[in-house]
Design a protein around this ligand. Structure first.
Ligand SMILES: [Zn+2]
Ligand SMILES: [Zn+2]
Length: 165
């Protein structure tokens, strides 16, 4: 899906902690017209469709947003709250890992799945609870909790093709 709506919001960057005005890309609802929606304005949805197909999202779900900080240039995901059909609030979320890591270590961490060290890659995101790990020896990847001593816990899964936007 190459279309999105957008909004502008002031928030604290989860990557560098500076407050900035962010342009946020919104990947939910009716994005066919690439609408810029200000906070407080009605948000476009397709009527009578499921949330994952562009229909209205319930208030206990957040719509997916994505932004890049104008200060540090790092990316992060956002959650958008819609109430009574209006875009109420857009906030950074640190439960979904960004694409661009702060640091990356290769061939240093032992794979919790196959035990190999060569071919492993750990991507660390400051301020985020989890790190991203992949192992080219056993083709697994996933999100892990890691410290300098090693990987503490992991939810690894077999490598699959991720559909980018
Ligand atoms: Zn930043
Ligand atoms: Zn492995």
């Amino acid at each position: 899906m190459g279309t999105y709506n957008s909004t502008t919001t002031t928030a604290r960057c989860p990557r560098c902690s500076r407050t900035a005005e962010f342009d946020v890309y919104l990947y939910f609802g009716n994005t066919t017209r690439m609408t810029h929606v200000s906070i407080g304005e009605p948000y476009p949805f397709f009527d009578r469709r499921a949330p994952q197909n562009g229909g209205p999202i319930p208030t206990d779900l957040l719509g997916e947003g994505y932004s890049v900080c104008p200060h540090c240039g790092k990316d992060f995901f956002c959650g958008a709250l819609v109430e009574d059909g209006r875009l109420v609030r857009v906030l950074p979320v640190t439960t979904q890992l960004p694409y661009d890591p702060d640091t990356e270590t290769c061939d240093e961490m032992k794979c919790p799945s196959c035990g190999a060290t060569d071919g492993t890659r750990l991507q660390i995101f400051s301020g985020y609870e989890r790190s991203r790990f992949d192992c080219s020896a056993c083709n697994s990847f996933g999100e892990v909790k890691a410290s300098s001593e090693g990987i503490l816990s992991s939810v690894l899964q077999p490598l699959r093709v991720l559909h980018g936007r």
